[in-house]
Design a protein around this ligand. Structure first.
Ligand code: FES
Length: 185
C-alpha cells in the first residue's frame, strides 16, 4: 500500500484515457507474475505504449514495470537497448539529422545547427507548439547522399545549411494546407 507521504506515482495518470488504453492492453495479455516468461511480451507492450503516448516517459515505464512485477531498471534497460524507443517527446514533424561519419565529414553538424537556429530549439527538444522536434542519428544507411536529413518518412540528401529554410518552408505550407482541409472538411 502506498503511504500518504509516498503516493503511487501513477495514481493520477491512471485515470487518463491514454493510461486506460494501456491498462486495457496489458489486461488483455493476462500477465501471470509467477511466470518467468512474462517478459516475452514486454517489447510489444512498450511499442504499444509508445504508440499511445508518443514516447515512454518515466511514469509509463514505472507503470509497465509494476504490471509485469519486474524492476523499473529492467524496463529502462530494454528501452535504452533499442533505438526505436524514445523517452523524450517528439514533434508532429520529426527532423532527424544524421551525424554518422560520412555525414559529419560532409558538414552535417552545420546542417544540424541551422535547423536548431531556424526552429529555435536544440537537438532533443520539441517546439513549444509541439509541431517540430529535432534529433541527431547515427548512420541511416544512405552515406552516398551525405549529409542526410530525414523528416518524418522523407529523406533529403546532400543537404547544405542554405537548404534548411527551403526544406522547412514546405512543411510550414503543408501544415497550413492540412489546417485548411480540416476546416473545409
Ligand atoms: S553516415 Fe549518414 S547516412 Fe551513413
Amino acid at each position: 500500500m502506498p503511504s500518504p507521504q509516498n503516493p503511487n506515482p501513477c495514481a493520477v495518470e491512471q485515470n487518463h484515457p491514454q493510461f486506460l488504453e494501456l491498462q486495457q492492453y496489458i489486461d488483455s495479455l493476462h500477465i501471470n507474475p509467477e511466470d518467468p516468461r512474462r517478459k516475452d511480451t514486454l517489447i510489444m507492450t512498450l511499442h504499444r505504449a509508445q504508440r499511445i503516448f508518443g514516447y515512454l516517459p518515466e511514469v509509463v515505464q514505472v507503470y509497465i514495470a509494476s504490471r509485469y512485477s519486474i524492476p523499473h531498471a529492467d524496463v529502462s534497460g530494454v528501452i535504452s537497448f533499442y533505438n526505436f524507443f524514445t523517452t523524450t517527446p517528439k514533434g508532429k514533424i520529426q527532423v532527424n539529422v544524421c551525424l554518422g561519419t560520412a555525414c559529419y565529414v560532409n558538414g552535417a553538424d552545420k546542417v544540424l545547427r541551422e535547423f536548431e537556429q531556424v526552429l529555435g530549439i536544440k537537438s532533443g527538444q520539441v517546439t513549444p507548439d509541439g509541431k517540430f522536434s529535432i534529433e541527431s542519428l547515427r548512420c541511416v544507411g544512405a552515406c552516398g547522399l551525405a549529409p542526410v536529413v530525414t523528416i518524418n518518412q522523407k529523406v533529403y540528401g546532400k543537404v547544405k545549411p542554405g537548404d534548411v529554410r527551403e526544406i522547412l518552408e514546405k512543411f510550414f505550407i503543408d501544415e497550413q494546407t492540412d489546417v485548411k482541409e480540416a476546416v473545409n472538411g
